[in-house]
Design a protein around this ligand. Structure first.
Ligand code: BDR
Ligand code: CA
Length: 310
């Protein structure tokens, strides 16, 4: 199985990404690390514990990372994810603990200890990953690849041209994209091919049980936010797309192109400038996801929740 570490900010779509990563037999989830993003670090960490508790994911260490971006103030995603960061279901007291080690220290240690290179899957602002690469260059050879959810080849969501994860910490995203490591970017252009249709909700509901019910409640809340903010009836389930790419690369078609992060734009700070047609002459530095095999993606997601519900 492919060893991976999920770095996330749960978050509704992060929650389902955690379930997919823990359940799929082709993956070996080594750790879950948290970062401030959709909500404060305190809340995203609590939410990671809540998700693992309801999904029966035990034995995967959860470690908390940075509570703010490298530069400037934290912007949270409350307008979509609610006051808790995971509004919708009612959660009991989580039984899965958080470890004492800092997220970056846990990642460093696991990378150095693991017998084979590990895949990093960032699903929130890239603060933890950027600090790991900046302060611990010795881990580089132990990173197989970085498959992240963030950015867009098209327009943004938190601003006209900026996607949330990149816009919350543009300097961190810039550091990761310029790291020279193999980076795959699953942006809004591909995650908007993973729309939670009523049919998807019905498939999850049909699984039955507390976990499936919680997933339906999560997606219903998430959908109402998308409807209100973006006028989109079926919300895009962003983060699990990056996990799906790791599980089976043939699910997510990519192109190798130059990507830069706008750090100084008057109106576009945090935008990903994806040079699809080789206009800049810059060398390619990332694989950029373009097309999702949507039916197979939902099959994977439904299978994962079914397995965790058994
Ligand atoms: C990204 O931002 C967050 O709201 C989601 O969890 C996802 O990671 C989408 O822009
Ligand atoms: Ca996220």
């Amino acid at each position: 199985a492919i060893p991976l570490i999920l770095d996330c900010d749960p978050g509704h779509d992060d929650a389902l990404a955690i379930m997919l990563a823990a359940a799929d037999p082709r993956l070996n989830l080594l750790a879950i690390t948290t970062v401030a993003g959709n909500q404060t670090l305190e809340k995203t960490t609590l939410n990671a514990r809540r998700v693992c508790t309801i999904a029966g994911i035990t034995g995967v260490p959860i470690a908390a990372g940075y509570d703010r971006p490298l530069v400037g103030e934290l912007t949270v995603g409350e307008y979509i994810h609610g006051a808790s960061g995971l509004d919708g279901p009612t959660f009991g007291e989580p039984t899965v603990p958080v470890v004492e080690e800092h997220a970056v220290e846990l990642m460093r240690r696991l990378l150095l200890e693991h017998p084979e290179p590990v895949t990093l899957v960032p699903l929130g602002p890239l603060t933890n990953i950027a600090v790991l690469l900046r302060d611990h260059p010795e881990v580089r050879s132990q990173i197989r690849e970085i498959v992240l959810m963030g950015g867009s080849t098209e327009r943004g969501n938190i601003a006209p041209y900026s996607e949330f994860n990149v816009a919350v910490d543009p300097e961190a995203a810039d550091l990761v994209l310029r790291s020279g490591l193999p980076v795959t970017m699953c942006g809004l252009n591909v995650t908007h091919q993973a729309l939670v249709t009523p049919e998807v909700v019905a498939r999850l509901r049909a699984i039955g049980g507390d976990l499936a019910d919680a997933c339906v409640d999560l997606l219903t809340f998430f959908g109402s936010g998308y409807e209100r903010v973006f006028g989109l009836a079926d919300p895009p389930l962003h983060d699990p797309v990056a996990v799906a790419r790791v599980i089976d690369p043939s699910l997510v078609e990519c192109v190798r192109v130059p990507v830069a992060v706008e750090l100084t734009g008057t109106h576009t700070r945090g935008a990903t400038v994806v040079d699809l047609h080789g206009k800049t002459g810059a060398p390619p530095n990332a694989l950029v996801a373009m097309r999702l095999d949507t039916p197979r993606f939902w099959d994977l997601m439904v299978e994962a929740v079914t397995k965790l519900s058994a």
